[in-house]
Design a binder for this molecule. Sequence first.
Ligand code: HEC
Ligand code: HEC
Ligand code: HEC
Ligand code: HEC
Ligand code: HEC
Ligand code: HEC
Length: 346
Amino acid sequence: MKKLLMLTVGFCFVLSGSAFAFHDAGVAHCNGCHTMHNSKDGALVDPDSPNGNAWLLKDATPSDVCLSCHSQSGTRGVFADDYLVPNVLHGGGDFSFLLEDLLQNAHGHTQPGDRAGHNINAPSKLVGPDATLTTAPGAIGAAFPSASLGCSSCHDPHGNQNFRLLYGIGGIQDGAFTFTAAAPIAEKSSSSAEANNNHTAYISGMSAWCGNCHGDFHSNPGGKLIHVSDQAMGGTISTAYSLYNGSDDVTGGVPATSYLAAVPFEDASNTPTFTGAPTATSKVMCLTCHRAHASSGPSSGRWDFNETFLEEDGGDGSYPIPNPYGVNQRSLCNKCHVKDAGDGPL
Ligand code: HEC
Ligand code: HEC
Ligand code: HEC
Ligand code: HEC
Ligand code: HEC
Ligand code: HEC
């Protein structure tokens, strides 16, 4: 796999620590994103759009505006401009994988980069809507159109007090669509690099929230035969998780250090520094297997679903999703299902 294009590094704020807070859990100063006259010091604010932009935005699309600050490596980066240090270890993952010309994929399968996750319409970053998925798969009722998908489809640009400024019940994107499920309850980590002892703490409601657009994949409506989400793990699976220590040691783990940020679950007692085991009532949810933004695996996987051995991910020079266990590690589905018991090495 080759990189499609090297990106030109745009103007970015340095977003380190609390040195520069912007949203402050609500609406930031308007001219961070809007320009009233498309004019500053007598020059155009957006030279690409002499006649101005919709919603009086400072750049062509809502996502372009967000990425004018959120595209760099580091705590708030969600689109690595240098492409070399992707933010895959943040909670959300990194949108720059959408630029892969062929998403690295095991066993000879390749997929275009737009299958890396949620596509956003941001001409400044050379990304646009998904070419295959024209609407949100699994929609019940009105399907969310891929052409409208962007940062402000999920995050309220005018801020609120929800986890990560995510939208709750009500109209989104200037009334273009309506959410019926509340924002998820979760606690953000304090660190830019995700670790097993510093990670997003998922408490409740994530699967229902994703169901605002993917409702048919949530809680098995109509009793369909699909993988459970928003469902308690039960005693057998939570015990398996707590003892699993990789393909080479499937039952030798220590429950107190068994938490894997690559395979998270929801629990009312989760905290960002929690390292322990799930209980029978901990829940499997959408972000157990997916990143919210994008990843270098297909379908925004937290690991590459098509690899037999995780060690082989990135073998063609693409970005390898870090392998949390040893060289013989197979799919992380095994963290809960232990189908790799007694298996041979790589
Ligand atoms: C973080 C960026 C950001 C900030 C800060 C911001 N806006 Fe917006 N605003 C947007 C975006 C993006 C849209 C386009 C609609 C959408 O995508 O939700 C928008 C749309 C609007 C609209 C028209 C549509 C609507 O939702 O009503 C108004 C009016 C508006 N903004 C006013 C303001 C005012 C007033 C402030 C300051 C108090 C402000 N905005 C601060 C990003 C921002
Ligand atoms: C002027 C620069 C700037 C722009 C434009 C901007 N942001 Fe931010 N954003 C920041 C900074 C700085 C932080 C970290 C401090 C804070 O939360 O205020 C941040 C933090 C965030 C966070 C994390 C909040 C949290 O609870 O930790 C989200 C989500 C976010 N921004 C989304 C957006 C979206 C969506 C847009 C576009 C509608 C946008 N930002 C536009 C500067 C910006
Ligand atoms: C505002 C609507 C919306 C919300 C909320 C939303 N999605 Fe999506 N999702 C879409 C659309 C539209 C597509 C198809 C277009 C695309 O893939 O870019 C999509 C595609 C996907 C894909 C397939 C990506 C690929 O190319 O294979 C996955 C996986 C996914 N969503 C997971 C999630 C998860 C997990 C959540 C919750 C954290 C979520 N979605 C929340 C609208 C949404
Ligand atoms: C499909 C919904 C969706 C879209 C589209 C989306 N986000 Fe997010 N974003 C989320 C969720 C959910 C989280 C929390 C991820 C976690 O902790 O697991 C998040 C987390 C974040 C964070 C915190 C850092 C991180 O990586 O977790 C920032 C900053 C952010 N988003 C900005 C953006 C920007 C800027 C865009 C557009 C380029 C965007 N988001 C598009 C759903 C979305
Ligand atoms: C147990 C892991 C797991 C969970 C939990 C999970 N997914 Fe997936 N998802 C996958 C895998 C693996 C794929 C790749 C295709 C497949 O195997 O079905 C996928 C594919 C997708 C796709 C792409 C479908 C397409 O038509 O290309 C979407 C959208 C999606 N998931 C959304 C969700 C949402 C929303 C949730 C929560 C309600 C969720 N997933 C929960 C593992 C999971
Ligand atoms: C966080 C734990 C967890 C992870 C990770 C996980 N699952 Fe599951 N899986 C469950 C639970 C819970 C059930 C429901 C089991 C039950 O009710 O007995 C389930 C059920 C299943 C079933 C149906 C079993 C049956 O008896 O009908 C299959 C197949 C399955 N999972 C495959 C996968 C695959 C493939 C992956 C990886 C893409 C995966 N799971 C990842 C927890 C998990």
